[in-house]
Ligand binder design. Structure first.
Ligand SMILES: [Zn+2]
Length: 339
């Protein structure tokens, strides 16, 4: 679990530890940490704070709140699958230069603990999803597959954490993440507080509008058509907020790292898709479409255009921003299921 925040010790705290000769304590930040100079509240303006964001969605949140007071490095590039990301040495270097590391948490970044420890950085880590009431990872597991589920469940048990990490699929949760990021930036850079506050307020207003836009879009879809099938279990929060039922997912897991399902599990999902009467199921931009194509063919339904689920889209695509990706998803879902 990465819900626990590693609290920022603060410059004063570090100086106190140094003066007490306590900096060799296990877990204490190193006295030479570059973060001491960059995070000072009297930091001369003109030198942006270096912030590392684990993925493109969080990177945009930090950029919108921080504006030109921050310089953001994103570890998992847009369009790439965060569940199975393999960091490079350059990512470790980025951590050592950072004043703050913002991750999603809820075990969305299973590779980050090792990267953090290996880099030797002393930058504080914050889980943007830390304050959010998370859904359990297995919310839909029991409904999915009957035959073949046993073998699959065994393989699956270690492929994901206890909670569903995809909190940003509910715009209200994205707003909570933005507030957390705002508060953390203020905590390390009090001199920028007014700017962080006003940047965040503007962005939060946009997100409020986005939430209402999605509610309005979904209202066009009769309630009995609000049924979703995706490649992996990524839309639980979207479903909970905007009134959808998750019929099932091809991988039957909140992680794309899960092994391919057994033939029996796939057959059971095909039966459920037919029984639910959905006209379309959804590919995702971050995972291979082969499995979803096979399931759609067998169920006799259409594969809708891919949804932006776990990452922003590439520059120039509708999903290049969080607002764009969520609008695109809502429009795509309503068009595909309404037809
Ligand atoms: Zn995912």
């Amino acid at each position: 679990m990465q819900l626990t925040r590693r609290r920022w010790y603060g410059v004063a705290g570090i100086l106190a530890m140094i003066s007490l000769g306590a900096c060799s304590m296990p877990g204490a930040p190193a006295a030479t940490a570059p973060v001491v100079s960059t995070a000072t509240p009297d930091l001369p303006r003109g030198e942006p704070l270096k912030i590392v964001a684990s993925n493109s969605i969080i990177g945009e949140f930090v950029t919108r709140v921080g504006g030109d007071l921050v310089e953001v490095t994103v570890l998992v590039p847009a369009g790439t699958d965060a569940h199975t990301f393999e960091p490079t040495p350059a990512d470790g270097i980025a951590l050592t230069q950072a004043s703050l590391i913002v991750e999603n948490g809820l075990e969305f970044e299973p590779w980050l603990d090792d990267l953090y420890a290996g880099s030797g950085t002393t930058a504080p880590r914050v889980a943007a999803a830390g304050g959010i009431e998370a859904l359990p990872a297995d919310a839909h597991a029991g409904e999915d597959t009957q035959a073949g589920e046993d073998a699959h469940a065994g393989e699956d048990a270690h492929a994901h954490g206890e909670f569903d990490p995809h909190v940003w699929q509910d715009v209200n949760h994205a707003m909570a993440m933005v507030r957390t990021i705002r508060d953390e930036l203020i905590a390390i850079d009090a001199a920028g507080a007014a700017r962080y506050e006003s940047n965040a307020a503007l962005y939060l207003a946009e997100l409020q509008d986005l939430d209402q836009y999605i509610i309005g879009m979904v209202a066009e879809l009769p309630a009995e058509r609000r049924r979703l099938v995706t490649a992996h279990d990524t839309l639980g929060y979207f479903a909970a907020r905007y009134g959808f039922e998750i019929v099932g997912t091809a991988l039957g897991s909140v992680s794309t790292e899960a092994a391919d399902p057994s033939a029996a599990a796939t057959a059971a999902l095909v039966d459920e898709i037919r029984a639910a009467g959905v006209p379309a199921i959804f590919a995702e931009t971050v995972t291979s479409g082969d499995l979803i194509d096979t399931i759609a063919r067998e169920a006799g339904v259409v594969v809708a255009p891919p949804l932006y689920t776990d990452s922003l889209g590439a520059s120039g695509t509708p999903g290049e921003s969080y607002v764009g990706m969520m609008r695109h998803n809502a429009e795509t879902i309503v068009a595909a299921l309404g037809g």
